[in-house]
Design a protein around this ligand. Structure first.
Ligand SMILES: Nc1ncnc2c1ncn2[C@@H]1O[C@H](COP(=O)(O)OP(=O)(O)OP(=O)(O)O)[C@@H](O)[C@H]1O
Ligand SMILES: [Mg+2]
Length: 139
């Protein structure tokens, strides 16, 4: 397991940017862990690292998915926080999203782990006592 420590929101964006260097398309990246721990900031970094605009990245809480097509690989950014059931995912074409050679980011994926393909990489975000963030990466 790899551990990333971040001392600020900016460092978390930078960590996402570096993480994106390893992506070729087709990956599913699950962003789980504490409320407000930096999942969306890390997603901004991934979008930026793939050539998109991090300022466009906001949490897809109400729409369930945001798509970013400006970079070298498309990014589909999901958030399961307000999802009520796995069936809602079928309604938005979850399987079709997974079929693309895009990068799928899934915040709160741990709410519906059964919907997540086995190949997914899991990142667990933890707010530490001193308010710094620890990210545990399981590939
Ligand atoms: N080291 C850090 N990394 C990331 N965010 C930090 C850090 N320190 C403080 N913050 C603050 O914590 C908040 C993290 O917000 P962000 O939306 O990225 O978290 P999140 O995990 O996506 O939240 P949610 O659980 O609501 O989806 C921001 O307000 C940010 O400024
Ligand atoms: Mg978020």
């Amino acid at each position: 397991m790899d551990i990333i420590i971040s001392n600020s929101a900016e460092e978390t964006v930078e960590a996402g940017r570096r993480f994106a260097e390893s992506l070729a398309g087709g990956e599913v990246i699950c962003l789980a862990g504490d409320l407000g721990a930096g999942k969306t900031h890390f997603a901004k970094g991934i979008v930026a690292g793939l050539g998109g605009d991090p300022q466009e990245v906001t949490s897809p809480t109400f729409t369930l998915v945001h798509e970013y097509h400006a970079g070298r690989i498309p990014v589909f950014h999901f958030d399961f926080y307000r999802l009520e059931s796995g069936r809602e995912l079928q309604n938005i074409g979850w399987e079709d999203y997974l079929d693309h050679a895009a990068v799928c980011l899934v915040e709160w994926a741990d709410k519906f782990p059964d919907e997540v393909p086995a190949k997914a990489v899991w990142l667990n975000f933890v707010i530490q006592l001193d308010q710094t963030r620890r990210v545990e990466v399981r590939r």
